[in-house]
Design a protein around this ligand. Structure first.
Ligand SMILES: [Zn+2]
Length: 169
């Protein structure tokens, strides 16, 4: 079940891809949520027709198993806005004004949130229930690699398995 913490992670990785390390002229560019999530490039006007299959779409896979109201676009937008505000509040999403606020140029930084979830599976060797952690590593843009660490407490089975790079939109 996806919760707000999962949404924060989804949003943070998109904010990072779209905005991290960029200087944005706020006079020239209107930055709305679709720009922040990388659905619409900065400098372009957002067209709701481009929302299909993105996080702004109620049909996106993430929302199929979300612990909250996901019936309407308005409802998921509110969840996303809450996630953005909370990342700001925690200092993981920072906007600073290197030339002074009146210059209206902002420098954006977004920390990387490592995705780490505890899961359980059966040991391939002895059949004992063991927990493993899944780590998603961002390789830049939408490329990721997943890594599993397995450690069985009842036998000597342990290992790290890495997936080939894959893309995640
Ligand atoms: Zn075992």
């Amino acid at each position: 079940m996806n919760k707000m913490e999962d949404l924060r992670r989804e949003v943070a990785s998109r904010l990072r891809n779209a905005l991290h390390g960029r200087e944005i002229d706020m006079m020239e560019n209107r930055i709305e949520v679709p720009h922040m999530l990388g659905v619409t490039p900065i400098g372009k006007i957002h067209d709701p027709q481009n929302e299909d299959m993105t996080l702004l779409d109620t049909k996106h896979q993430f929302w199929q198993d979300y612990d909250g109201d996901t019936k309407t676009k308005r409802a998921i937008m509110e969840e996303i806005e809450t996630a953005i505000r909370s990342l700001k509040k925690d200092g993981m999403f920072r906007m600073t004004y290197p030339y002074g606020e009146e210059a209206e140029v902002t420098y954006v930084e977004v920390d990387e949130l490592e995705s780490q979830e505890e899961q359980t599976t059966k040991c391939a060797k002895c059949g004992e229930n063991i927990s493993y952690s899944l780590e998603l590593e961002n390789l830049g843009d939408t490329a990721y690699a997943a890594r599993f660490h397995l450690d069985c407490p009842s036998c000597d089975f342990s290992g790290t398995f890495e997936s080939p790079p894959f893309t995640r939109v």
